[in-house]
Write a protein that binds this ligand. Structure first.
Ligand SMILES: CC(C)(COP(=O)(O)OP(=O)(O)OC[C@H]1O[C@@H](n2cnc3c(N)ncnc32)[C@H](O)[C@@H]1OP(=O)(O)O)[C@@H](O)C(=O)NCCC(=O)NCCS
Length: 227
């Protein structure tokens, strides 16, 4: 496998991997895409929209894990990650004009329009998590491995990309774990819990999902004498 930065022409392949990986997730499946069984080919539009919006923001780092095709002549993307550098070193956000130039995507018929933007609506309820000593941080915002390639080490390899940066820079590492994925991150050293993405009043996720736990990896930040 090769882990490298993603190219813009790989966005559709990445969106389709996320759509398949999160198909039956409580948030991206049941809540946001209740009509996904009727329109299974539409769900990747949600991810494509997210990828296009975030692509030019220098705080975002899109990585892919690839394998050679069966004839060995090419490579195929089988997993991807979006790492976000939060804090002073994050870089300037994309200009609105960059986003306006994006071509229109077709309607996502698998989505419930009421909840399509619920994640964005929930950010204000947990943005405070990245404050104080945790303001400087590498956050793994998205991670998805194609279902047919799960268990082959792609997720771990993509995690190592950002974890090594967090250790080098001496900053915290964070994740909001999807339901059932806490164990994956715990195994990688994300063992310090804090809140949940669905906590807080006026949070559109409140009472609608049960996962979304925050986990932190901070053992590399402890003074040497306390290790
Ligand atoms: C979570 C996910 C990215 C893991 O990717 P993957 O490529 O299958 O993971 P890896 O093969 O690198 O597994 C690394 C280790 O984690 C373990 N692991 C994988 N999923 C796990 C889980 N849900 N709970 C506990 N451990 C898990 C593996 O057994 C492996 O252990 P090992 O190092 O002892 O062999 C993948 O299952 C996925 O895409 N899921 C759907 C989308 C999703 O929920 N993404 C995470 C959002 S927060």
């Amino acid at each position: 496998m090769v882990v490298r930065e993603a190219n813009p022409e790989e966005q559709v392949a990445m969106a389709k991997i996320a759509a398949a990986a999160f198909f039956d997730d409580e948030l991206f499946g049941d809540l946001i895409h209740p009509y996904r069984h009727q329109y299974p080919d539409d769900t990747h539009l949600y991810w494509l929209k997210r990828l296009r919006k975030g692509w030019n923001d220098p705080s975002n780092h899109f990585l892919v894990s690839t394998l050679p095709t069966s004839d060995g002549a090419n490579e195929k993307v089988v997993a991807w990650a979006q790492w976000v550098r939060k804090g002073a070193a994050a870089g300037k956000s994309a200009q609105a004009s960059d986003l306006e130039q994006l071509p229109e995507l077709p309607e996502n018929r698998a989505a419930n329009p009421e909840f399509e933007g619920c994640l964005e609506g929930s950010y204000r309820s947990f943005a405070h998590e990245w404050s104080g000593p945790r303001a400087e941080c590498w956050d793994i915002a998205w991670l998805a491995t194609a279902p047919s390639h799960q268990g082959e080490g792609h997720g771990k390899a993509l995690m190592q990309w950002g974890m090594s940066r967090g250790v080098e820079e001496g900053v915290a590492l964070s994740v909001i774990a999807a339901l059932g994925k806490d164990g994956f991150y715990n195994k990688l050293g994300y063992t310090v819990p804090s809140g949940r993405a669905c906590d807080g009043e006026d949070n559109p996720l409140s009472g609608r999902v049960v996962g979304g736990h925050f986990w932190w990896k901070e053992d590399h930040l402890r003074p040497a004498e306390s290790l």
